[in-house]
Design a protein around this ligand. Structure first.
Ligand SMILES: Nc1ncnc2c1ncn2[C@@H]1O[C@H](COP(=O)(O)OP(=O)(O)OP(=O)(O)O)[C@@H](O)[C@H]1O
Ligand SMILES: [Mg+2]
Length: 478
């Protein structure tokens, strides 16, 4: 029988945890201090150690340093009042998962279930990793560039845990595919993966869509309705475009994340729920917080593990894999044997891809339809609207800007800003620097130009490294 060591100095909660763990089919031992924990581990190796963060003789985190002692034990950290900072730290140093006090049964069962069967998932992740070098892909995700490899690494690390994930990336970078991959590599994969586009549901309906409603709870509620949270039980709920969720509902979502329970509209009976949340946004989340589109408390709750998806223009070499991959899909469905000439691939690698992988897929599709023979040696790329605005024959100083007499100052300013942004490849920090304005001013102008949602995010450089949240002490709350 698998063995679990519980390290907790409060005797009541230790006894309660021990009982719960035993009822899930584990043998248990309890230690009240780090010293006792070490003794216990010497007596009997554990498959898992549930360890309180604050112990009389040190921090639970210290156990991570005792590599000899812990052996292959998975360490699950128990933290007081939802301390996200600590949870992140715990995951960084290698915790398998974490529990927040008071530990609820659903939460604990989830963690223990994972301990019971990590082997096959691990084997699968290893197999997928092998596929990166051999085929240039990680499951459904194609690409072998350094930023993609970092992304695969993050997916592999976070998928088997139960922590919330926040996906940040421009439109078309593959957020939904990443969310599915995370689900597929978790023990939740035998349960539903449900995707909700928060921007596509009317604000009046979103609450009942998420939480369900009782018959007669509002006009039109003719029968009882099970919401996404109920239907995704045991599985994963993908909340796409999270910044589009009405603020009052963000409060309710936060409550579900904190308590693990929700109520249907028109009912005050709480439902326990076991759902992993993956949220996604194509906006810069801190900016959305600043603008009051995303509640700061919800942001920190979701941002336990942030994953940034690299834009295609930062990994153009992946086009070598992606373009043939999309063409192969078309060939298979249409029984054709089309292929790209080397010059077409080169041309594809010179474009900036504001619509990222989705745009590439569309361009490949169009090229295949338009080509007569098996060899596709021509491709039409959409003109980038921003370059058309003001591009004129390049001067010796770089791309020039042509302004007709009669333009307003505001118009000239707009052209200059957009052209500079373009020549900086969308990197706003650099654009602001060259123009000699603050980043904030640049953001304000872009917003005025209606670049706020889509277009600005298209021009936003998204770094591909894992980024852990930092506290915005200098920023005012919304
Ligand atoms: N790395 C990849 N390998 C293969 N296909 C990909 C990859 N990334 C994205 N795609 C494909 O590109 C298209 C867009 O991806 P997806 O819908 O996941 O983007 P998104 O980030 O959710 O975009 P949006 O913000 O517009 O919703 C899909 O058809 C998806 O299958
Ligand atoms: Mg999407």
């Amino acid at each position: 029988m698998p063995h679990v060591l519980i390290v907790e100095d409060d005797p009541n909660s230790a006894a309660m945890l021990s009982e719960l763990v035993a009822s899930e089919g584990f043998t248990t031992a309890v230690a009240a201090t780090l010293r006792e924990a070490r003794q216990q581990l010497m007596l009997m190796p554990a498959q898992a150690v549930l360890v309180d963060l604050q112990l009389p003789d040190g921090s639970g985190l210290d156990l991570f340093n005792d590599t000899d002692l812990r052996g292959s034990a998975e360490i699950v950290l128990i933290t007081g009042h939802a301390s996200i900072e600590t949870s992140i730290q715990a995951l960084r140093v290698g915790a398998a998962d974490y529990l927040t006090k008071p530990v609820n049964v659903a939460q604990l069962k989830r963690v223990l279930a994972r301990l019971n069967q990590p082997g096959d998932l691990r084997a699968e992740i290893t197999e997928l990793r092998d596929g990166i070098e051999s085929d240039g892909r990680f499951g459904q995700l194609w690409g072998r560039s350094a930023p993609m490899k970092r992304l695969y690494d993050q997916i592999a690390r976070v998928a088997p845990t139960s922590v919330s994930v926040l996906l940040v990336g421009e439109s078309g970078t593959g957020k939904e595919v990443v969310a599915q991959t995370v689900h597929e590599l978790s023990r939740r994969r035998t349960h539903p993966f449900l995707a909700v586009n928060c921007g596509a549901i009317s604000p009046q309906l979103i609450e009942s869509e998420l939480f369900g409603h009782e018959k007669g709870s509002f006009t039109g509620a003719v029968r009882q309705h099970r919401g996404f949270f109920e239907r995704a039980h045991g599985g994963t709920l993908f909340l796409d475009e999270i910044t589009e969720m009405p603020l009052d509902l963000q409060v309710k979502l936060l409550r579900v994340l904190e308590t693990g329970a929700f109520m249907r509209v028109g009912s005050d009976e709480p439902f326990e729920t076991d759902v992993r949340i993956i949220a996604a946004t194509n906006r810069e989340p801190m900016e959305a917080v600043r603008r009051g589109q995303l509640r700061e408390d919800l942001y920190y709750r979701l941002d336990v593990f942030q994953v940034r998806l690299p834009p295609l223009r930062e990994r153009l070499d992946d086009i070598d894999l992606l373009a043939p991959h999309f063409l192969a899909g078309l060939n298979a469905s249409e029984g054709t044997e089309r292929r790209f000439s080397a010059s077409v691939i080169d041309r594809l690698k010179q474009y900036r891809w504001p619509g990222n992988v989705r745009e590439l897929r569309n361009v490949v599709q169009r090229a295949a339809i338009m080509s007569d023979g098996a060899l596709i040696d021509q491709v039409r790329l959409p003109e980038d609207p921003d370059t058309v605005v003001a591009a004129r024959p390049d001067t010796e100083h770089g791309p020039g800007l042509w302004v007709p007499v009669g333009s307003s100052i505001a118009e000239v300013e707009r052209k200059l800003i957009m052209a500079t942004l373009e020549s900086c490849g969308g990197v706003r920090e650099r654009t602001a620097e060259i123009l000699g304005i603050s980043l904030k001013t640049l953001y304000n102008r872009l917003r005025e130009y209606g670049q706020s949602a889509e277009a600005t995010s298209v021009a936003t450089p998204v770094s591909s490294s894992a980024s852990m949240p930092t506290h915005p002490s200098s920023q005012p709350a919304p």
